[in-house]
Write a protein that binds this ligand. Structure first.
Ligand SMILES: [Zn+2]
Length: 206
């Protein structure tokens, strides 16, 4: 009898817990635990660069809208010379003007070096809300603050060129050459993110 009760009770408790969870409208992140995550030394330079643009940590759509309205955030076009933006499910196509201009310059340089090919931007600006939605589908998404949370970081896929998803070592080398050029010039930081098959790029306030 005791065993029976236990088995019958567990699914009930589970569904109770689950329905409580889905009704919640509070943020899906806990700011104090997000802030507690220590960035790696490599990533810290990205975060320091992000904080130098005078944009506060983007928590939700409202904060993004505030920066769009004040003219601080600029729309990134879906395509331009040398680049395409993938359909963005967990990020928004807005950045500070220096980041937008740097992306366009990098793309234009890539186009020149590859006789008109395009690279693919796979992620742009994220709020903390976007980040926890992303974490539900991708457990590698950062638990802490990301430089995407400030409007000066974006990702470029290294497996999608000319809108085609395919390993392309020649294009990857060309992309890396452009990244190195801008990093050496002191304009960007970049990290290769193997789990996401992309380069994570943060524009510095040069
Ligand atoms: Zn990234």
């Amino acid at each position: 009898m005791r065993k029976f009760l236990c088995v019958a009770f567990v699914p009930f408790m589970y569904s109770f817990y689950y329905s409580q969870g889905t009704k919640k409208t509070v943020p899906c992140y806990d700011l104090s635990s997000v802030l507690k995550v220590e960035p790696t030394a490599l990533y810290k330079s990205h975060l320091d660069a992000s904080k130098s643009f005078g944009v506060k940590l983007l928590t939700d759509s409202k904060t993004v809208q505030k920066y769009i309205n004040s003219g601080k955030f600029h729309k990134i076009k879906k395509s331009g010379k040398g680049y395409r933006v993938q359909k963005l499910d967990y990020s928004r196509a807005y950045m500070v003007s220096k980041a937008k201009a740097t992306l366009e310059k990098m793309a234009s340089r890539f186009s020149k070096e590859t006789k008109g090919r395009t690279f693919t931007v796979s992620s742009i600006t994220r709020t903390l809300e976007d980040q926890c939605r992303l974490r539900r589908v991708n457990s590698n998404a950062s638990m802490g603050i990301s430089s995407h949370n400030y409007g000066n970081s974006f990702d470029i896929s290294y497996i999608r060129f000319n809108d085609v998803l395919k390993y392309n070592p020649k294009m990857e080398v060309a992309l890396e050459k452009v990244l190195k050029y801008y990093a050496t010039a002191g304009r960007i930081y970049y990290i290769k993110e193997r789990q996401q098959s992309c380069y994570h790029i943060t524009v510095r306030n040069y």
